[in-house]
Design a protein around this ligand. Structure first.
Ligand code: ZN
Length: 316
């Protein structure tokens, strides 16, 4: 946890700002009401058409509403946005408190829904919402702040039908110039179980392409399954290292010192094997890069922990 912070921004419950924030947990957000319309077939049909969802469960005389429509039944429409008089103010108050402490930015981070009972045409929707939790101070890539989670309970004919949790981060943005110092490190690749083999290959200066065991389709970037046949089994083939510039952009602004001084060319490279990947085009002035230019793979030593595949243009 955050030790050694100023007393006004303690990370421990019961003290300072955090203690005040915690008092909002359980308070009504002020979002309470009755759905404008009963659950109805036209809204279900419009939703399914917009989503491209052709599940037969959402059609016909025994249709149910798609569970993910849960929140749609609570929305007040445009006119409701101008009438906030019925709000209790706890949510707005909490946000003012966070603003005052310097957490002036907000970003929605995720939502979770739980479905308790099916919704059917004719159901009458009522809802209410509480501030469920306020986290202690967390530091993310965006900045430091507090996660605020609200929970809306949605009832159908008085019976709990589902809950909708919505999480936001109220935060102090990282200084815009942070990371622009000399020596800023190039961002690390996000390595997960689906792409670890690719990065292992890069560490050994091999560019590995996945090939489906089922149908032989090559794929890049790495994915757990085959887009052509759905097969989950695969092996790798090593790229020969030759390719051409399929397309490219030249990066001028904003500057990212970790990527070196600009301008520089970023290419979409079509490998001789047929798959495409994005990487820097090196060895050629940025304004001499052209579509169709032959390139050859090489590995750039970025720092003592990271090598990256890049493509050298030119005549050799
Ligand atoms: Zn396949």
């Amino acid at each position: 946890m955050d030790e050694g912070l100023g007393s006004g921004l303690s990370g421990r419950p019961g003290e300072g700002l955090y203690g005040r924030l915690k008092t909002y947990e359980g308070k009504a957000t002020g979002s309470v009401g009755v759905g404008r319309d009963l659950v109805n077939e036209p809204m279900i049909r419009h939703w399914c058409e917009a989503m491209g969802d052709t599940n037969p469960a959402y059609r016909g005389p025994d249709a149910i509403a798609p569970p993910t429509m849960l929140q749609a039944w609570t929305m007040g429409g445009l006119s409701a946005q101008t009438d906030r008089a019925d709000r209790s103010g706890a949510f707005d108050e909490l946000f003012r408190l966070l603003d005052g402490a310097g957490f002036t930015s907000v970003v929605a981070t995720d939502c979770e829904q739980e479905y308790v009972r099916e919704l059917r045409p004719g159901d009458r929707i009522t809802y209410d919402a509480v501030i469920e939790t306020v986290s202690d101070r967390k530091t993310t890539k965006l900045g430091t702040g507090h996660f605020v989670t609200t929970r809306m309970d949605i009832h159908a004919n008085g019976e709990l039908a589902g809950t909708h949790r919505f999480r936001m981060l109220k935060y102090t943005p990282v200084e815009r110039n942070a990371g622009r110092d000399k020596g800023a490190r190039r961002p690390r690749p996000v390595v997960n179980r689906d792409n670890a083999g690719f990065w292992d290959g890069v560490a050994g200066h091999k560019l590995l392409i996945q090939q489906c065991d089922g149908c032989g389709e090559l794929r890049f970037p790495w994915l757990p399954g085959c887009n052509a046949c759905g097969g989950a089994e695969w092996h790798t083939v090593e790229a020969s290292g030759t390719g051409t510039v399929f397309s490219y952009v030249v990066m001028h602004h904003p500057p990212f010192p970790a990527f070196g001084p600009g301008p520089y060319a970023v290419g979409l490279i079509e490998l001789a094997e047929g798959v495409r990947m994005i990487s820097n085009v090196v060895g050629v002035p940025y304004d001499k890069v052209r579509i169709g230019m032959p390139v050859r793979l090489e590995f750039l030593r970025v720092d003592d922990e990271l090598d990256l595949p890049v493509f050298r243009g030119g005549d050799d």
